[in-house]
Design a protein around this ligand. Structure first.
Ligand code: IDP
Ligand code: MG
Length: 149
């Protein structure tokens, strides 16, 4: 089963939108398999966002993601990466469709509330940065048969 890393970024935690964001992912039918409130330090920020190191917004991105607690989670489903990305909406909330997290709750690309891995390969790399293997749980839900055929 596919798993993906989700972060409620510091703006989401500060604005009291953690529950709203988790609720949307739960209602979609994804299964929560790991979660922790944590402070991202500089080293983790650089590893997590390493692909963007040469971009002009990199310094601001690192300072933002380390500016306060994040809620790190692993979510599981068939096609979890794609399902989370579509629930998040476009990177820039100004272009994100209504009904998406970024399209309903944000206005600025530098304060876009949520991170979700962009491929199964990124998800595996990022999950290993945030969680030990034993922190990602395996369990079944009694209503799984009403969510997946
Ligand atoms: P994603 O979060 O939708 O996957 P990425 O392109 O991976 O988007 O960029 C990572 C994060 O960097 C974005 O979520 C956003 O917070 C920030 N970011 C991306 N592009 C810009 C920009 O042009 N200006 C400021 N921040 C940006
Ligand atoms: Mg990305």
């Amino acid at each position: 089963m596919e798993q993906t890393l989700v972060l409620v970024k510091p703006d989401g935690v500060q604005r009291g939108l953690t529950g709203e964001i988790i609720g949307r992912l739960e209602r979609r039918g994804l299964k929560l398999v790991a979660m922790k409130l944590m402070q991202v330090d500089d080293a983790l920020a650089h590893r997590h966002y390493g692909e963007h190191v040469d971009r002009p917004f990199f310094a601001g991105l690192v300072s933002f993601i380390t500016s306060g607690p994040v809620v790190a989670m692993a979510w599981e489903a068939n096609n979890a990466v794609e399902i989370v990305r579509s629930t998040m909406g476009a990177t820039n909330p100004a272009n994100a469709a209504p009904g998406t997290i970024r399209g309903d709750l944000g206005v600025d690309i530098g304060r876009n509330l949520i991170h979700g891995s962009d491929s199964p390969e990124s998800a595996a790399r990022e999950l290993a940065l945030f969680f030990k293997p034993e922190e990602i749980l395996s369990y079944s839900r009694s209503n799984d048969g009403w969510i997946v055929e």
